[in-house]
Design a protein around this ligand. Structure first.
Ligand code: FE
Ligand code: FE
Ligand code: MG
Length: 159
């Protein structure tokens, strides 16, 4: 049956789904970068940093869930293969090969700054096209700004 919820979208639905899938790929990579970072991190304030990284990992996973649900609601197929995360990602993945707290924090700050740019761009793109995705992206953007702020504050406390 035709879905009114999809019909009201003014933009190109396929293009919106494609952009949401790119963001979904970013979220999975961000999730893993935080999750594994929390496991391997060493040095000053290790426990405090690990707790913050774990908390952020959980929030990135929540973003992935929001994006997947919206993609499916729009009649799209979410990324099904992890290998496609690398093909679709906007922000990439920074492996925490140096487990010291400082480089780990810096890598994740860089990731958040990229995410902020991506979601800011996405919000502008969606604004007059799809109010539901627009609203969702603003919620995610709010979290990413909080993440950046949290990490910079910890980095400044340590330095
Ligand atoms: Fe996120
Ligand atoms: Fe984040
Ligand atoms: Mg936090």
């Amino acid at each position: 049956m035709e879905r009114k919820g999809i019909k009201i979208v003014k933009g190109n639905v396929e293009e919106i789904i494609e952009k949401l899938n790119k963001a979904l790929s970013d979220e999975w990579l961000a999730y893993y970068q935080y999750w594994i970072g929390a496991k391997v991190v060493k040095g000053k304030f290790r426990e405090e940093v690990a707790n913050e990284l774990s908390q952020h990992a959980g929030e990135e996973l929540k973003h992935a869930e929001m994006l997947v649900d919206r993609i499916i609601q729009l009649g799209g197929t979410p990324v099904l293969k992890p290998e496609d995360w690398y093909k679709l990602t906007n922000c990439g993945y920074d492996a925490p090969t140096d487990p010291d707290v400082i480089p780990i924090l810096k890598q994740n700050i860089k990731g958040e700054q990229c995410a902020i740019e991506v979601y800011q761009g996405l919000s502008e793109y969606l604004k007059d096209k799809d109010p539901i995705s627009y609203y969702m992206v603003l919620e995610i953007l709010k979290d990413e700004i909080e993440h950046e702020d949290d990490l910079i504050n910890i980095l400044e406390d340590i330095s």
